[in-house]
Design a protein around this ligand. Structure first.
Ligand code: SAM
Length: 271
C-alpha cells in the first residue's frame, strides 16, 4: 500500500498519459495510463481544478525537459550511469533510446517499486538498458543501498531528482543534495525541480495536497544558491518559459508576478 506521497507518482503518471494522447505530444509514455490507473487520473482532475480547471502543461514540459537532459548527458557527454531518485512510476528505462552499456538505477519507496513491477510485469515491459531498482527512504541513509546495488562512485553520473523536493523537510533536502555531490566525480550532472514560496500562497493547491496527506514542505526562492551550498553549480530555467520554447505555452497567460516552477541542470562543482 503506497503512502500519500508515494501516491503522487500516480498523479504524474496520469499527466504523462494525457500528454501521450495528444497529437502534438512532447513524448510518448505507453505505460503511463496503466501505471496511473483510475485513481491517478482522478487525482489529476482535482489538481487541474485547483488551477481553474484548465490543464497546464507543467508536468509534460518537465518530463520532456528532463528527457532531453538525460539524453544529452548520455549522448553528448557519454555518461553511462543514471540514477533516478524518487523514480516513482517513471518509465524512462523502458521508453528512451539508451546507448549500449547504460546502467540506470531507480530509487523509491519499496511499495511504489512493488506497485510498478506489478503493473509492468503483465505488460511485459522490457527495459532498454540495465535497470536496477533500490528501495530506500531518501530522508535517511540511502546511498549504501545504491552502492551495494552496483553504483560506481568513480564514474560520472547523471542524477535526476524530479518531483520530490517539495515533499521533504528542508534539512532532508540539503542532506540529500549534498550526498549526491559526495557520490559524484567531476563530469557528473544533476537535474532537479523546485517550487518557489509563492506556491504557498495558492490556498487551494496547498489545501488539496494537505488534505491528501502530502503537504508541501519545501519551497525555495534561491534554488541556485541551495545547489551551490550542496556542491552543485546550477543553471535555472522556468517551467512556463520552457513551455514556450517547446511550443507548449500556458493556455491561460500567467500574471507577471505569478510563481513559476524551477527546472535546474547542475554540474558537480570543483571541490
Ligand atoms: C510526485 S512523485 C514523482 C515521481 C517521478 N519522479 C515523476 O516525476 O513522475 C514523488 C515520488 O517521491 C517518492 N518519495 C517521496 N518521499 C520519499 C522518500 N522519503 N524516499 C524515497 N522516495 C520518496 C514517492 O514515493 C513518489 O514516487
Amino acid at each position: 500500500m503506497m503512502d500519500p506521497v508515494g501516491f503522487t507518482s500516480r498523479l504524474t503518471a496520469a499527466a504523462r498519459a494525457r500528454e501521450t494522447e495528444r497529437p502534438d505530444r512532447l513524448f510518448r509514455d505507453e505505460f503511463a495510463a496503466a501505471l496511473a490507473g483510475p485513481e491517478g487520473f482522478a487525482f489529476l482532475e482535482r489538481h487541474w481544478m485547483v488551477f481553474g480547471g484548465t490543464p497546464r502543461p507543467n508536468f509534460a514540459v518537465r518530463t520532456r525537459f528532463f528527457d532531453d537532459f538525460l539524453l544529452a548527458a548520455v549522448r553528448v557527454r557519454e555518461i553511462r550511469q543514471v540514477v533516478l531518485l524518487a523514480a516513482g512510476l517513471d518509465s524512462r528505462a523502458f521508453r528512451l533510446e539508451w546507448p549500449t552499456g547504460l546502467r540506470l538505477f531507480e530509487i523509491d519507496q519499496e511499495e511504489v517499486l512493488d506497485y510498478k513491477a506489478s503493473v509492468l510485469g503483465p505488460l511485459r515491459a522490457t527495459p532498454r538498458c540495465e535497470r536496477i531498482t533500490v528501495a530506500a527512504d531518501l530522508r535517511k541513509e540511502w546511498s549504501r543501498g545504491l552502492v551495494d546495488a552496483g553504483y560506481r562512485a568513480t564514474e560520472p553520473t547523471a542524477w535526476l531528482l524530479e518531483g520530490l523536493l517539495m515533499y521533504l523537510p528542508a534539512v532532508a533536502v540539503e542532506r540529500l543534495l549534498a550526498e549526491t555531490a559526495r557520490l559524484s566525480v567531476q563530469g557528473a550532472e544533476l537535474g532537479v525541480d523546485t517550487l518557489p514560496p509563492g506556491f504557498l500562497e495558492m490556498r487551494q493547491f496547498i489545501e488539496l495536497y494537505a488534505e491528501r496527506g502530502c503537504a508541501v514542505a519545501f519551497t525555495t526562492d534561491d534554488p541556485v544558491g541551495l545547489l551551490a551550498r550542496c556542491g552543485w553549480r546550477a543553471g535555472l530555467h522556468s517551467t512556463p518559459e520552457e513551455g514556450v520554447r517547446l511550443g507548449r505555452p500556458w493556455p491561460v497567460p500567467l500574471a507577471p508576478d505569478a510563481p513559476r516552477g524551477a527546472l535546474l541542470i547542475a554540474e558537480r562543482a570543483a571541490p
